[in-house]
Design a protein around this ligand. Sequence first.
Ligand code: HEM
Length: 350
Amino acid sequence: MTSTQTGGLSSGGDIFSRFHLKNFSGRLTNRSLIGVLGWCLMLMLLGIDSVSAAEAADMANIEPDKQQPALAAFLIVVCSVFIPWMLNYVSPGVRTMGTLLASLSCFTIVAWFVFTLSTGVIDNPKPAVIPTDAAKPLLMWTLASVALVAGCFLLLLSVRQSRRRDSLALPLRNENARYGKISRYLHWTTALLFLSLIPMGIFTTMIPEDASFRLNYYIVHKTIGVTVFCLVLIRLWWNFLSRRPALDPSLSRWERRLAHGVHIALYGLMLGFPLTGFVMTTFHGYPTFFFLWEVPVLWSQNPNAVLIWGVVHKVILPYVFFVIIGGHILGALKHQFIDKHEGAFKRIVS
Ligand code: HEM
C-alpha cells in the first residue's frame, strides 16, 4: 500500500489538513474539491427543483415537457455515479467526502419527503384500490425515517473515516478476497438508484390523477428503472468476465447457502422490477420513458394483464424486497459485529 497524502491531523489544523486533502496526487486541489462538492449539492437541489419547475409549467397550462423530468433523472444518475467513484477513490480524504455526500443524499431524500408533504399528497392520496394502498402514507413516513437514520449514521461514519490515512489501491478487476473497482462502482450506483426508486414509486402511485406534476414522476421513475435494468445486465456481464470473490471462508455451510440465495434473489429483484414495470406499463397502453426517448407501446392493451403484472410490480416484489434487504443488512451487521469478521464490509466498502 502506498501513502498518497501528506500532513497529519493537528489539533489546530483546518478542515483540509484534517481530511488529508493537502496532496491529491496532484489531480484534485482543495479548491476544486469545494467546487465539486458545491456542484454536487447544486445538482441534488436542482433535481428537486426541476420537478417543481415542471409543475409550475404545467400549472400555466404549458404542454407537459419531458425535458425537465429527463434532466432530474439525469442529475440523480450523475450523483449515483459520482458518489461510488468518490467512495472508492485512492485518497482517504476523497473517500470521506464520498461518505459525506452519501449522507447528504439521505438528507436530500428526507428534504424531498418534506417537500412532498407540502403537496398534500401524503395526507390526501389517490383513493386506495387494494388493501396495501392504505399503508402507503405510513410506509412513506417509515422510509423517510430510515433515510434520516442512515444519513446520521453516514455522517458519523465520515467523521470517523476522516481520521484514516490509508490509501485504497484497488485493481479494476475482482480479486480472490475482495471486489475490484468496476464491481464496486456498479454495485453502489445500482444500489443508490434502486433505493431511490422505492419511495419514488410509492409516492408516484399516491399522486391524484389530476395533479399537474404526476407525469413528471412517471418519467423520472421509468427512466431510472430502465437505467437500473441496463446496469444489472452490465454487472452480470462483468461477473462473467471477472469472477466474483469467493464467499468468506469463515461462514458456516448454512450461512453460505443463505448468502448465495440472497444474492440470487437480489439479482432477481433488480431484473424483475424493471421487467414487470415495463410489461405492466405496456399492457396499460402507456409508453416507457428513457430520458428524452419514448419506447413505443409494443402490444395492445389488456386490463386483466395490467392487474396481474401490477400485483407483481406493486405488491409482491416490494414486500419481498423489504424482507430480503432487511435480512441482507442484518446478516452483514451480524457478520461484522457479532461474529467479528473484520473483513466483511471491506470486501465491498473501502
Ligand atoms: C429497479 C426498477 C424499479 C423499481 C425498484 C420500481 C419500484 C416501484 C415501486 C415500489 C412502485 C410503487 C408500487 C406501489 O406501492 O403501488 C412502482 C410503481 C410503478 N412503477 Fe416501478 N419500479 C422499477 C422500474 C419500473 C419501470 C422500468 C417501469 C416502466 C417502464 C415502472 C413503472 C411503474 C409504474 C407505471 C408504477 C405506478 C403504477 C400505478 O400508478 O399504479 N417501474 N415501481
